[in-house]
Write a protein that binds this ligand. Structure first.
Ligand SMILES: NC(=O)c1ccc[n+]([C@@H]2O[C@H](COP(=O)([O-])OP(=O)(O)OC[C@H]3O[C@@H](n4cnc5c(N)ncnc54)[C@H](OP(=O)(O)O)[C@@H]3O)[C@@H](O)[C@H]2O)c1
Length: 179
């Protein structure tokens, strides 16, 4: 992703999907990269995750978060970005940050300085780990299996979708704990 022409692309929700998502439900929009104000940061997306819950956010149904509004940039479950401009202390150009609620299906976004979450890249872990096993997926698997499932000694763990993001981690936790 580059900003050589000072524009950025984003996917916006065009229509609420009915059944399977169709190409026409989303629009790829190109617009000017916004200017940041004091105490803000401009970040360029490196990765964002596509998750099953994105489909729920597209629908105007009772759910655990507000649905994405028509015309809005699609919300991402997780994203990782690099700071390209900073007008806040403690955040420098080149810092790697978590997008949080500000990241989305977009190349650039602005984060208020007091909302910036820097990632501990000095750990040497691959960046993708921060939107997978160290993002929502790992805790979902961990607490889903151990706190909700509460497996007991002698029981067998059955994972119905073991190839998926959450399921594959559930399997690893179960193996690690010798269930
Ligand atoms: N990822 C998270 O951080 C997170 C957080 C909270 C809740 N959840 C929930 O956890 C569930 C799994 O999410 P995920 O991120 O792991 O998704 P995912 O990576 O897309 O994995 C979904 C798995 O389900 C399988 N699958 C889909 N339809 C199926 C069907 N009809 N019969 C049998 N298997 C089927 C898929 O198989 P194929 O690979 O063959 O398609 C895939 O292995 C979702 O309900 C999601 O909303 C996820």
């Amino acid at each position: 992703m580059s900003n050589s022409n000072h524009t950025f692309k984003s996917w916006r929700l065009n229509k609420r999907p009915v059944g399977e998502i169709k190409n026409s439900d989303l629009s790829l929009v190109e617009e000017e990269i916004p200017q940041i104000n004091d105490n803000e940061v401009l970040a360029r997306t490196i990765y964002f995750s596509l998750d099953p819950t994105n489909r729920i956010w597209m629908s105007d149904v009772d759910q655990y978060m507000e649905p994405v509004e028509i015309g809005d940039i699609m919300r991402a479950g997780g994203s990782i970005a690099i700071v390209e401009e900073s007008k806040t202390k403690d955040v420098s150009v080149g810092d790697i940050i978590q997008g949080g609620m500000h990241g989305g299906w977009q190349e650039y976004f602005i984060v208020p300085g007091n909302d910036v979450i820097k990632l501990p890249i000095e750990t040497g872990l691959p960046l993708t780990a921060f939107i997978s096993v160290l993002g929502f997926t790992g805790p979902t698997a961990y607490f889903g299996l151990l706190d909700i499932g509460k497996p007991q000694k002698g029981e067998t763990v059955v994972v119905s979708a073991a190839a998926g993001a959450v399921g594959s981690i559930v399997c690893q936790i179960a193996k690690n704990k010798r269930m």
